[in-house]
Design a protein around this ligand. Structure first.
Ligand code: BF8
Ligand code: SF4
Length: 618
């Protein structure tokens, strides 16, 4: 494809051109090699769940060897897809509980409880006694309770305390109440074994339950404990795009998801001895910048600049100015190892559950984290001398962004309660809100949909919240600064202008979509309605991952009307497709809708918001 069709960004286009000139293969060439894709797989009608198969379903052969039809196979594949995504987020959440455990047991001095007030608030919310108790005892109970949320001994996970009663009743009636994170994921694997759950709608209900154990369980625990350990985000300014990589500094990019690693890299990069060493080697300091969601985590809490989102990860290395890419897990293209190998860039993996052949490996554990991080930063510094100045090209100047919108920060900005927001919604200044979340996908011109949808929505006085890889898209488009109110409708302009905030708010990483769930629940509770009654929506225009599908499904199952720019691999089953795009409305009060045109998508949200406002008497 011509470069012009691959991305809306100049920095991306310049680096794709550089890659081509230097003979370096990127995701775009590999997509071309893989196209056309297998039609059966696209439709979801292949099954490899046993060795009587693999089987493919078509009009001529409507059943697999075992007798499973297209509906059963599509539902099973989708169920496992959702289980994969839920497992990713939730295992990340578990890692935070393990860090909390290491803090409590005194196994680490590198991590600490930073936000005591939040820890106590979480305890109180989940039924743990706080008054008159030592912090350590409260923390121990919180830790044990969250560990128990992963198991199978509970009727429901702890954060269902946040869910409006009407929603909990719906879940209970449908058998959708999430009981334990690992339990729902394991049960999904069980159900999809040959000869178990052979009723597509029933499998889909469990897929929803599995995703809910992620959204209100694993992800929510991940977000909340990250705040406890690293601090709850507050509004701050930062910058984004490849211009945040600095020609005269040692550049370290952190990539992946868990702040447990990236926070330590940042701390090590601020170590005076290491900074001095970098300076002695001729650098003007050490620059840590983020990619993808661990970038979002550092951006939200520490204001660290964002080098880029999913489709910028390969391109960032092609600047030739990156000394090290330090990764933990998820969304890290294995191709980064090869691309790093084309330059002086060191590719360093840090998690035993996410190793990359050809990488330099460090085992970052709570007890050794800072020491390991210092060794990693030291390696990056030593790499600075190996940089080939002739191959460096940093294609642009960074743009300003505002970040740090946790619910706590929003409530503080509103003067201590959500009331002003409720009033602004009631008055119609803010007509509703839509979360735009998720990824890039090389099948789609990078960020074209992410940016267009945000612009269309704010014009209609619909507040936009962004997380994950949409963050950098919105930031680069100038939507994450207070001045962006000039692109918004009159109501949003008035409210955001008065508060000095952008009309598009950065709410964090993908795990932090739990913050949006919490906000919706709080708004519904304030109005004494269900989440499905609110004038809100969710969208993932350019999604690619299992995790994004899990997010979409927990949004729908929570009552939020949810847009996808392209369908998951379910179109081979009418039963499953109809359920996802219309049947769920009767069951959970929301559906998915699939629409590749962003103007139409914004109109669909507008219609929905109008109807919901009317339902609320607004
Ligand atoms: O968890 S948005 S490409 S980085 S999956 Fe991945 Fe998608 Fe980015 Fe974050 Ni989320
Ligand atoms: Fe084929 Fe059934 Fe085995 Fe799947 S479970 S591979 S459909 S025989």
């Amino acid at each position: 494809k011509p470069i012009e069709e691959l991305s809306i960004w100049d920095d991306a286009k310049a680096m794709i051109a550089k890659a081509r000139a230097e003979g370096i293969e990127t995701v775009h060439e590999r997509l071309a090699q893989q196209t056309p894709h297998c039609k059966f797989c696209e439709l979801g009608t292949t099954c490899r769940n046993c060795t009587m198969g693999p089987c493919r379903i078509s009009a001529k052969m409507p059943r697999g060897v075992c007798g499973a039809d297209a509906d059963v196979i599509v539902a099973r594949n989708f169920g496992r897809f959702i289980a994969g995504g839920s497992a990713g987020h939730s295992d990340h959440g578990r890692d935070l509980i393990e860090v909390l455990e290491a803090i409590i047991e005194g196994e680490t001095k590198d991590y600490k409880i930073t936000d005591e007030a939040k820890l106590k608030a979480l305890a109180a919310e989940t039924g743990i006694e706080v008054e008159g108790r030592e912090l350590k005892d409260v923390a121990t109970d919180v830790m044990e309770n969250f560990f128990a949320d992963f198991g199978s001994r509970k009727k429901e996970i702890s954060f269902l305390s946040r869910v409006p009663q009407k929603r909990k009743d719906i879940w209970a009636k449908l058998g959708m109440t999430p009981r334990g994170v690992d339990r729902e994921i394991a049960e999904m694997m069980h159900r999809t074994h040959m000869g178990c759950d052979n009723d597509a709608p029933n499998t889909m209900i469990h897929a929803a339950r599995t995703s809910l154990s992620d959204g209100w369980g694993g992800s929510m625990i991940g977000t909340e404990l990250s705040d406890v350990i690293f601090g709850t985000p507050t509004p701050k300014m930062s910058t984004a795009n490849l211009g945040v990589i600095k020609e005269d500094k040692v550049n370290i990019l952190v990539h992946g998801h868990n702040p447990v690693v990236s926070e330590m890299i940042l701390a090590a990069a601020r170590d005076p001895e290491l900074v001095e060493k970098a300076e002695k080697l001729g650098a003007k300091g050490i620059n840590v910048a983020g990619l993808c969601c661990t970038g979002n985590e550092l951006l939200m809490r520490q204001g660290i600049p964002m080098a880029g989102n999913h489709l910028m990860t390969e391109l960032a290395i092609i600047t030739g100015a990156v000394e090290a890419v330090v990764v933990d897990y998820q969304c890290i293209m294995p191709s980064l190892v090869q691309i790093a190998g084309c330059y002086h860039t060191k590719f360093i993996d840090t998690a035993n559950k996410a190793r990359f052949s050809g990488a330099i490996h460090f085992d970052i554990e709570p007890h050794n984290a800072l020491q390991q991080a210092k060794e990693i930063v030291n390696l990056a510094i030593e790499g600075f001398a190996e940089r080939d100045a002739g191959r460096v090209d940093i294609p642009c100047e960074p743009v300003e962004i505002m970040t740090g919108f946790s619910n706590e920060a929003v409530i503080a900005a509103l003067g201590g309660s959500l009331d002003p927001l409720v009033q602004a919604i009631a008055a119609g200044d803010i007509r509703g809100a839509v979360g735009i979340v998720g990824c890039n996908n090389p099948k789609i011109k990078q960020d074209s949909m992410n940016v267009e949808l945000a612009k269309e929505l704010i014009k209609k006085d619909i507040l936009v919240l962004v997380t994950g890889c949409v963050t950098t898209a919105a930031g680069k488009a100038g939507l994450l600064v207070p001045d962006a109110i000039e692109m918004a409708g009159p109501g949003l302009k008035k409210v955001c202008g008065a508060l000095g905030i952008p009309p598009v708010l950065h709410y964090g990483s993908c795990v932090d979509n739990a913050r949006i769930l919490q906000l919706c629940a709080a708004l519904a509770n304030a109005l004494n309605v269900d989440i499905s009654d609110l004038p809100v929506g969710a969208s993932s225009p350019e999604w690619y991952s299992e995790k994004a599908a899990a997010i979409g499904l927990y949004a729908v199952a929570s009552g939020i009307y949810t847009h996808l720019g392209h369908p998951p691999n379910i179109l081979g089953s009418e039963v499953v497709t109809d359920l996802a795009t219309s049947g769920l409305e009767d069951l959970v009060g929301a559906t998915f809708f699939i629409e590749p045109d962003m103007v139409k998508t914004a109109e669909m949200f507008d219609e929905r918001i109008k109807a919901k406002r009317k339902g609320l008497g607004l």
